[in-house]
Design a protein around this ligand. Structure first.
Ligand SMILES: Nc1nc2c(ncn2[C@@H]2O[C@H](COP(=O)(O)OP(=O)(O)OP(=O)(O)O)[C@@H](O)[C@H]2O)c(=O)[nH]1
Ligand SMILES: [Mg+2]
Length: 368
């Protein structure tokens, strides 16, 4: 799948206007990593790159006294609010939908806070309906993409092209579901079908993360029932977040932040929790490489082989792959280093079929 080998995960933020998307985005970008670690990424005011918090990487870097630390990262893209008709050019939404075509996760921000000063476009609080409005716009955009692609595929298919015939059948199936309001992510598709659809970058084919933006202390019955219903409806992770509060917490100095959090009865969902949730939605695991020069955390989809993992680090390493020495990163550090871990029999030599586990520290032997 497309994200298997990506080191640059990305997330697009969608929702109605005035629901707190940019507030989340601004809090995130306050944690933004120095750009030089991620040269592939242009950062403008709507795009920010954020480190994935990783205690194991910090431990590893400390163990090696590494000169440089390169964590896994996630790119966040903030777009303007969508309204009914956005896919047809209503509001600013349409032109911005193209900015999130290539993200891995779509984060829905839904408003569950009351405010007399901050207008709600539809003048009521109903995150379930809002989810529906926003998702419908993405569905309409996907219908447009499929309909644009179909005539070409039909032409090729008529000429006897076997691949086109296959694609035509899949597009027909997807289109019919989209037309009945079903997002692509909820259509049962084989991995081959997903692969064929991938190039269309359909917005509703992406994994979802849902944020209910609610005020501190307002975890009332209604909010909890919205959360439950959304979970039931989508099967997705739904987080209750006080977006304004976490913005304020991110602004605090470390000491003030620790003290403030210690005064609260329950720990609020923080920015790092949102990042971790996004990471979790993608079913990713983290593996590590490291030396005194540099320690890296890499993300890969669960189920990937060590040869594919080598490809995340560098294409050459995958092409010339011979074997990999693997040890759990905590065991390596606890043992006191490579030689000690080896003596204890903790380091295993693996061939290309080995499935990488979360927390593996790998040393790849390659002839390239
Ligand atoms: N009371 C309250 N206000 C909030 C909360 N979250 C955001 N706001 C305010 O709502 C206003 C709009 O927030 P934004 O983050 O700009 O909203 P947006 O979703 O990016 O809106 P568009 O970019 O117009 O689509 C700002 O004045 C925020 O301070 C919240 O949890 N509670
Ligand atoms: Mg905004």
């Amino acid at each position: 799948m497309a994200i298997t080998r990506s080191h640059s995960l990305s997330l697009g933020i969608v929702g109605l206007p005035n629901v707190g998307k940019s507030t989340i985005f601004n809090s995130l970008t306050k944690m933004a990593v120095p750009a030089q670690n991620f040269p592939f990424c242009t950062i403008d005011k709507n795009v920010g790159v954020v480190e994935i918090p990783d205690e194991r990487l910090a431990r590893l870097a400390n163990h090696f006294k590494a000169a440089k630390i390169v964590p896994s990262a996630m790119t966040f893209v903030d777009i303007a609010g969508l309204v009914k008709g956005a896919s047809k050019g209503e509001g600013l939404g349409n032109q911005f939908l193209s900015h999130i075509r290539e993200v891995d996760v779509i984060m829905y921000v839904l408003r569950a806070f009351e405010s007399s000063t901050i207008t709600h476009v539809y003048d009521r609080i109903n995150p379930l309906e809002d989810f529906d409005i926003v998702q419908s716009e993405l569905i309409l955009k996907d219908i447009e993409s499929v309909e644009k692609r179909l005539p070409n595929v039909e032409k090729m298919s008529k000429l006897g092209n076997v691949d086109a015939k296959k694609e035509q059948a899949i597009l027909a199936k997807v289109l019919s579901s989209l037309n009945s309001g079903i997002p692509v992510v909820e259509i049962p598709l084989s991995s081959e079908e997903k692969e064929i659809l991938y190039d269309l970058h359909l917005l509703t084919s992406k994994k979802r993360l849902i944020i209910l933006n609610c005020r501190e202390g307002l975890e009332n019955k209604e909010i909890l029932s919205w959360k439950e219903e959304l979970q039931k409806l989508t099967g997705d992770t739904v987080l209750l977040v006080d977006v304004k509060l976490i913005g304020e917490i991110e602004d605090m100095q470390e000491e003030e932040r620790v003290e403030y959090l210690s005064l609260l009865d329950t720990k609020p969902v923080l920015m790092e929790d949102i990042i971790k949730a996004a990471f979790g939605v993608l079913n990713l695991l983290t593996f590590y490489t490291g030396s005194t020069k540099e320690c890296n955390a890499w993300s890969i989809e669960a189920g990937a082989t060590v040869k594919e993992a080598a490809g995340v680090i560098h294409t050459d390493l995958e092409q010339g792959f011979i074997t990999a020495d693997v040890v759990n990163v905590d065991q390596l550090i606890d043992a006191g280093g490579w030689a000690e871990a080896k003596n204890k029999g903790l380091i295993k030599n693996n061939g290309k079929e080995y499935l990488v586990k979360d927390g593996d520290y790998v040393v790849i032997l390659s002839n390239k």
